[in-house]
Design a protein around this ligand. Structure first.
Ligand code: 5GP
Length: 193
């Protein structure tokens, strides 16, 4: 029987909804180890003013697990924008629901996203942040679905490429469910997706 911490462990009540574990927790952790080394190296010569901006809510686990791996000091802030509601297709209309509390003028900003799908959300966010005159804006996305991209985006750090399936877990939801699953998983047809 699997236990919390195992790569095949799914909370009992959600087990029947899960089709497949696509990226187990241990692989996510190992990839974040690598990405943290890259971020540490890339920002080592800056002025020590790195700001991690998490896009709520899907990116919270990625942001917190990344921040705990960085050796450089960094500050943390969050933004929230409207995305899919409880559906699974992008509307293309982005609205900021929660803005930063931090003035980013002159700062190095690393935007942390859960998944880049069409890229419309990120495209809007990058343009919005750039208008505030930061020293730099880069993007770290845990997941990307390249086959779905509608706009060309400069995503500097990518965790994993995933196929065109709706994924949940490790912060990602479907109608606010499944965020706590520690892996990236696909859902069984019939779960509403
Ligand atoms: P985009 O604007 O790139 O099309 O969509 C980005 C947002 O859509 C992501 O931040 C995420 O909230 C949501 N999204 C896109 N694909 C998926 C997916 O496969 N699963 C989940 N849970 N959310 C997704």
């Amino acid at each position: 029987m699997s236990r919390p911490g195992d790569d095949d462990w799914i909370p009992e009540q959600l087990k029947d909804d899960v089709e497949e574990v696509l990226i187990p927790a241990s692989r996510i952790g190992a990839r974040l180890d690598e990405l943290a080394v890259e971020v540490d190296r890339d920002y080592a010569d800056r002025n020590g003013d790195l700001l991690l901006v998490g896009v709520l809510r899907g990116a919270i686990f990625t942001l917190s697990d990344l921040a705990r791996r960085l050796t450089l000091p960094c500050a943390i802030d969050f933004m929230a924008c409207s995305s899919y509601g409880s559906g699974t297709t992008s509307s293309g209309v982005v609205r900021i629901l929660k803005d930063l509390d931090t003035d980013i003028e002159g700062r190095d900003v690393l935007l942390v996203e859960d998944i880049v799908d069409t890229g419309l959300t990120l495209d809007y966010l990058i343009k919005n942040l750039r208008s505030r005159k930061p020293a730099s804006v880069e993007v770290l996305a845990l997941l990307t679905k390249p086959s779905r991209r509608e706009v060309d985006l400069p995503v500097r750090y990518v965790g994993f490429e995933v196929p065109d399936v709706f994924v949940v877990g490790y912060g990602l939801d479907y109608a606010e469910r499944y965020r706590g699953i520690p892996h990236i998983v696909s859902l069984r047809p019939g779960t509403g997706v």
